[in-house]
Write a protein that binds this ligand. Structure first.
Ligand code: NDP
Length: 620
């Protein structure tokens, strides 16, 4: 890969001005309030299109050892790691009709994971599965989720098409009462929450959106009944249709080339162009990825994490555009972690960033033949401001006669929806079908949003307990007053672009906590002192990234342009160090996490077994 030329200082100053201008074109006073939730009258956009009629079943009143909230990779990994620790009674509760989480819901045409499949798909060593493509199609990933669930025997007692509506600690039996929207009220000795971060689809609050009389859906609930075809294409139902798609994020970039192939005409309503780098997907063999010895996948995954985290690594096994851009991260991430050196880092980062973005902008020019369209497709912001995307089919789609790019930046998005189309400026675009690739609400599902109320000891609500001084946890997983509740997610924990890796480390940790408590016949509940100590660790080196995000174009990374406040929300030294810290803590002490059970509590289910467990069955 050729190194892009180093931009001159006057070019950097020009870019800074241009970025500011482009940001100002897009910032809206209503920020995140511009979006609509897909509930109430918009509930149609979030309904499950894959499940058919949900079978009636009797509400459950039994007791399990561990209830896991969420059947995406987080929940499945928790189940798998618990099984490896010998836990027999595990019930996963999932809103969707099957396992898979994001890969259950998202089945839009062209769907692929843009992280290499050999590091993204978890438990490859354990299942013996070797992905066939460098970047796996969504269906292969969904099938792998089911494969893992089957291998670790998580299917029989899973509850699908079921949402957990509350978690209540019963101190008498020292169990959680798990209530659901199907009338269940079963008990669990431990609860692990794995509810994801970008789960509830959102819509733009465009005036008149409810008036549209054509066909409409969100990309995460693709209506193949209307479009025909499959995620591989062949959308024959669109052959005589004028189709509009709103949104050009990671989803839009994958779906647009497929729609372009089959729609009579496709209008792409863009507000902010994504950066679209080379994809270079292709078939791979086991030999290509070194899948010939035990632990190959773990080693590859660790290597990827090191490289993309800007940590020293002897080699770059994945060698793709994520890892090639790690040079940028090497400059950016330390500046977040060491605020004192900001100016030096900022200068170094700016040069590298401008070179990268110039390279991506020239990619547009080299591919898109109409200069006006090419100009509109160029991203004018720093690389890490928005989720980078990857495609070799996206830009060529705009060379087709049946594709029109409609730039909506000057009007802050589509202005109005009418019964039969969309208005931007003084043009009305007549449409048969309007598809929203407008993303997901950030952090609205699960415990942290209040969507899932949690009442701990003495009926204390978790969010009330945190209202005054912010979240209190040990390592992000557990909290005082909420025994045997283990949360998976990014809060006071670590994150990375390869989120399944993070989830697996969390699952290993959660399973170790359960196993330790079972062995000691104790409760998993950190002391206040352990929480305080963790807050100190988080606060001492809290990253200073506000300056960076404040200058970024709006999006969900920076609360739609309002910036990302500094604060001790995640472990400041990155995922590699965090995983090492957890490993050492487990091996050396597990200090401050176990608490004596109350004598006489009746909820004990024995070391690994279940009491009163329902007969194993997979339920819809
Ligand atoms: P995003 O939130 O990234 O993108 C939403 C898009 O909708 C943006 O282009 C946004 O424009 C546009 N939009 C919103 N409102 C309007 C409006 N009123 N008028 C015009 N345009 C509008 O959602 P995605 O579904 O694309 O991606 C969400 C996340 O899911 C990704 O960031 C990624 O983390 C993940 N993902 C991962 C994939 C993978 O392969 N690993 C694949 C797909 C998604 P603007 O930018 O101006 O706000």
């Amino acid at each position: 890969m050729a190194t892009p030329p180093v931009p001159a200082p006057e070019e950097l100053a020009g870019l800074r001005r241009r970025y500011r201008l482009e940001r100002e074109r897009r910032v809206r006073p209503d920020g995140a309030r511009q979006y609509l939730a897909t509930d109430a009258e918009f509930g149609y956009y979030a309904a499950d299109p894959y499940v058919g009629e949900v079978a009636e079943r009797e509400p459950l009143r039994d007791t399990v050892t561990v209830a896991v909230v969420g059947g995406g990779f987080g929940g499945i990994l928790a189940g798998a790691r618990l099984r490896q620790r010998g836990v027999e009674s595990i019930r996963i509760v999932e809103k969707g009709g099957d396992f898979g989480g994001t890969w259950y819901w998202n089945r839009y045409p062209g769907i692929h994971c843009d992280i290499e499949s050999h590091v993204y798909l978890p438990l490859l060593d354990e299942t013996g599965y070797v992905p066939e493509w460098k970047y796996a199609p969504g269906d292969e990933i969904r099938r792998h989720a089911v494969r893992v669930a089957e291998k670790f025997d998580l299917c029989a007692d899973a509850l699908f098409s079921t949402a957990v509506t509350s978690l209540t600690w019963d101190g008498t039996t020292e169990t959680w009462i798990v209530a659901t929207d199907r009338g269940d009220g079963f008990r669990a000795r431990y609860v692990i929450t794995a509810t994801g971060t970008l789960t509830d689809p959102k819509l733009p609050g465009i005036p008149g959106i409810e008036d549209f009389k054509g066909h409409t859906f969100h990309t995460s609930r693709w209506d193949y009944g209307y479009t025909g075809g499959t995620p591989d294409g062949g959308l024959t139902g669109l052959a005589d249709k004028k189709v509009g798609i709103v949104g050009t994020g990671a989803t839009g970039v994958q779906a647009i080339p497929m729609l372009a192939e089959d729609a009579a005409h496709l209008y792409v309503f863009q507000r902010t162009p994504s950066s679209v780098d080379v994809r270079a997907n292709g078939r791979t063999t086991a030999a290509d990825v070194g899948a010939d010895h035990e632990g190959w996948a773990r080693a590859r995954r660790e290597n990827f994490l090191r490289v993309v985290s800007g940590e020293p690594a002897d080699e770059d096994l994945v060698a793709d555009r994520w890892t090639a851009s790690a040079g940028l991260l090497e400059k950016l991430l330390p500046s977040f972690r060491r605020p004192g050196d900001r100016e030096d880092f900022e200068a170094a980062y700016e040069v590298a960033d401008a070179a990268k973005m110039n390279e991506l902008r020239s990619r547009v020019e080299q591919t898109v033949t109409d200069p006006e369209t090419a100009e509109k497709l160029k991203p004018w912001y720093r690389y890490a401001c928005k989720r980078p995307t990857f495609s070799d089919k996206y830009y060529p789609a705009f060379n087709r006669d049946n594709v029109t790019l409609v730039d909506t930046a000057d009007t802050h998005g589509i202005e109005r929806v009418t019964e039969h189309g969309v208005v931007v400026g003084d043009t009305t675009y007549a449409l048969d079908c309007l598809i929203f690739a407008t993303g997901f609400e950030v952090g609205t599902s699960g415990v942290l949003s209040g969507e899932l109320p949690v009442r701990g000891r003495d009926g204390t609500q978790l969010l009330h307990a945190w209202a005054q001084q912010g979240p209190r946890t040990l390592h992000g997983f557990t909290s005082n007053g909420f025994p045997n509740l283990i949360q998976m997610g990014s809060l006071q924990n670590a994150s990375s672009v390869n989120f399944t890796h993070i989830l697996d480390e969390q699952a290993v940790h959660a399973a170790a906590l359960v196993a330790a408590a079972e062995t000691e016949d104790a409760l998993v509940e950190p002391s206040r002192e352990a929480e305080d100590a963790w807050r100190t660790v988080l606060a001492e080196d809290a990253p200073d990234h506000e300056w960076f995000h404040a200058e970024c174009t709006p999006g969900y990374y920076n609360r739609e342009g309002r910036g990302r406040p500094n604060g001790p929300s995640a472990y400041p030294h990155g995922a590699v160090a965090f995983h090492e810290l957890l490993r050492r803590w487990r091996e050396e002490s597990m200090h401050g996490i176990l608490r004596a059970r109350t004598a006489g509590a009746t909820g004990a289910t024995g070391a690994t077994g279940a009491t009163g467990n329902s007969s194993p069955r997979r339920m819809a």
